[in-house]
Design a protein around this ligand. Structure first.
Ligand SMILES: C[S@@+](CC[C@H](N)C(=O)[O-])C[C@H]1O[C@@H](n2cnc3c(N)ncnc32)[C@H](O)[C@@H]1O
Length: 255
């Protein structure tokens, strides 16, 4: 418990995790788009077969109330929805991660500035802590006024929530590569696709409680395991690459 294994996802799911035992899965798999060894598949067919192989097993691991967040690009996500539903997942939402920064300058279509996070559950009775992920109201002046006097809505006075408004399904987080710039220059870190920890914390706070069990599938730099530890959740992760794995162990030890 509370560790990451340096092994293939299929072995990990078969050997380390009991069926119906997991509250939340956060999966950040290869997208089949990068020129990097772990993201390279011979064909889309081969890629989809790989995805199906571990998605089917992941479904078995979730408790009935469990939820599943799946990162990918829009194209793969659209293709995956019918496959996920066939496996048995309940589709809840399509979350758009608006990355704000870091686009490449293509000129024959709109510049890509987003990734997709599919939000799914095992059954219709998933857990969701909406109040724990409230975000700041945008119109601060209006809210100042509303806090004092309220705003008249349908004959009733509405007062803003002191913790902010409910979180929407468009998430704005600057990518890690652009958070870690020095003098405006990107510094290549240990991993090319590390996810912002604040984004992972949002998923954990919304979809789990303290001491729940979270699976960190395709751990990379262990962002999910690290966030789970900080938020007093239990976690189990897997990462095939031994360099990334060594980095995760150090990160979890706080080094
Ligand atoms: C998109 S990255 C995850 C990044 C991670 N979310 C983070 O914040 O650092 C996907 C990771 O999956 C790993 N991986 C690829 N194929 C795998 C497999 N079959 N089993 C386990 N890990 C795998 C890669 O080495 C890579 O680090």
């Amino acid at each position: 418990m509370n560790t990451v294994f340096n092994e293939d996802i299929i072995f990990f799911l078969d050997k380390r995790v009991e069926n119906n035992s997991v509250d939340l899965i956060i999966a950040d798999p290869p997208y089949n788009i990068l020129k990097i060894e772990w993201d390279n598949f011979n064909s889309e067919k081969e890629y989809m077969e790989f995805m199906i192989s571990w998605l089917e097993k992941s479904y078995q691991k979730l408790k009935d109330t469990g939820t599943f967040y799946l990162f990918n690009n829009a194209y793969n996500s659209a293709k995956l929805i019918p496959i996920l539903e066939r496996i048995g997942f309940n589709f809840i939402d399509w979350i758009t991660w608006y990355k704000k920064d870091g686009f490449n300058g293509c000129k024959n279509k709109y510049v890509n500035n987003q990734e997709t996070i599919l939000f799914l559950s095992k059954s219709k009775k998933w857990k969701f802590n909406a109040d724990s992920i409230r975000v700041a109201y945008l119109s601060t002046d209006r809210m100042k006024h509303a806090t004092k006097k309220g705003i008249l809505k349908n004959g009733k006075r509405w007062f803003p929530n002191k913790n902010g408004k409910l979180c929407t399904n468009v998430w704005e987080f600057v990518s890690e590569r652009h958070n870690n710039k020095i003098n405006g220059k990107i510094i290549e870190g240990i991993h090319p696709t590390q996810k912002p920890i604040k984004m992972i914390e949002r998923m954990i706070l919304a979809s789990s409680n303290e001491n729940d069990l979270i699976l960190d599938l395709f751990s990379g730099t262990g962002t999910t395991s690290f966030a789970a530890k900080n938020l007093n959740r239990n976690s189990l992760g897997c990462e095939l690459n031994s360099e990334y794995y060594k980095y995760i162990l150090k990160r979890l030890k706080g080094e």
